[in-house]
Design a protein around this ligand. Structure first.
Ligand code: NDP
Length: 320
């Protein structure tokens, strides 16, 4: 029989990935701190796959001459340079769709937390202040009657929009290409959408084209009643501009699940009581993370069984 295929795991990954891979593959784990791939040449030559949660250093692809596939845990694959992988005939897969509902549900929760200040209201109760000081302050903002602009209306954005319809909110969106299957108003310009709406939800991938797309200009267009929610990637935000906008009332409030550098830059928002903050948990339930883990492993198993995968990224298409 053939020797088992060697799969490299840089850093941490969901335990279910390790458990399932352990049955069919030879698993090699390496730390990612320091950025050096500390493997001898014989081991590097054996590696034919990477299972990834986070970042794969681009030079590591050059150090693994027999690498065929990178199976990314998460639908967002900004941690791996897929265009570069394509030039080396390395397939990249990700985990779309299985997390759509979870992420959309979390987005609605974060939006409500931000607008109605529910986490500080709970803190008020838990710290005994309801008893000692009386009712919690009324929230200055309400969700009622808002006009939401979605930056991104893909798999997850559409689920968010459908949930917002139940809240009787007006919905618009900005993408590069309008969808033909929705009746929401499309804005070709993000700036014009930000001027028209009072609530902006970011659910685009972290790419060169979306890098710091949310800047001072967009935030001032959103305006003083404006609420900004980010469940896409922190790299899409000029965080200095956002912090300033929250401090000086350029916008009213923000709800953030993602940050420019995680976890470090989240600290810049800690003293702002018009920011609602989450530690990148939009998909982070046990059932949804299990489904993502299974898709990471299933893509690898299928690749080495039949040279097909379930969910390649668009940069590295392969027939499923
Ligand atoms: P899709 O690829 O299905 O949708 C992406 C959407 O963004 C499309 O509507 C696309 O439209 C739009 N878009 C892409 N680039 C631009 C651009 N430059 N300007 C304007 N619009 C753009 O992705 P998903 O909905 O599955 O996921 C979206 C992202 O959400 C992921 O890539 C990930 O980064 C993030 N995410 C975050 C999570 C979290 O834990 N917080 C969990 C899951 C996902 P068009 O191409 O027409 O422009």
């Amino acid at each position: 029989t053939d020797k088992p295929v060697t799969v490299l795991i840089p850093g941490r990954i969901h335990p279910r990935v390790l458990e399932r891979l352990g049955k069919d593959f030879d698993v090699v784990s390496v730390p990612t701190q320091g950025g050096e791939l500390g493997l001898d040449e014989a081991t590097r030559n054996k590696v034919r796959a990477v299972a990834l949660f986070g970042t794969l250093q681009k030079p590591w692809m050059d150090l693994l001459p027999n690498l065929e596939i990178v199976s990314n845990f998460g639908v967002g694959y900004d941690g791996v340079d897929a265009a570069y992988a394509a030039t080396k005939n390395i397939i990249v897969t990700h985990t779309p769709d299985v997390l759509n509902d979870e992420v959309a549900d979390t987005t609605i929760g974060l939006l409500l937390n931000t607008v109605r200040r529910l986490p500080p209201a709970e803190d008020w109760l838990r710290s005994g202040r309801w008893k000692s000081d009386g009712p919690f302050a009324l929230s200055p903002l309400s969700l009622k009657g808002r006009h939401v602009g979605l930056l991104g209306l893909g798999r997850i954005g559409l689920e968010i929009a459908q949930r917002l319809e139940a809240f009787k909110l007006k919905i618009s969106y900005h993408t590069r290409t309008p969808r033909t299957d929705v009746s929401y108003t499309h804005f070709a310009s993000l700036k014009e959408m930000a001027e028209a709406v009072d609530t902006l939800i970011c659910i685009v991938p972290g790419t060169a084209a979306t890098h710091k797309i949310i800047n001072a200009d967009i935030l001032s267009a959103l305006g003083p009643n404006g609420v900004f929610i980010n469940v896409g990637r922190g790299s899409s935000v000029d965080e200095e501009a956002l912090e300033a906008a929250l401090r000086n009332g350029t916008i009213a409030a923000a709800g953030l699940d993602v940050f420019y550098e995680e976890p470090t830059t989240a600290s810049n928002f800690l003293d702002l009581d018009n920011a609602s903050l989450l530690p990148h948990v939009a998909s982070a339930s046990v059932p949804t993370r299990n489904a993502m883990a299974d898709l990471v492993v299933d893509n690898l198993i299928r690749w080495f069984d039949e040279k097909k995968v379930y969910t390649p990224v668009p940069e590295t298409p392969v027939k499923g």
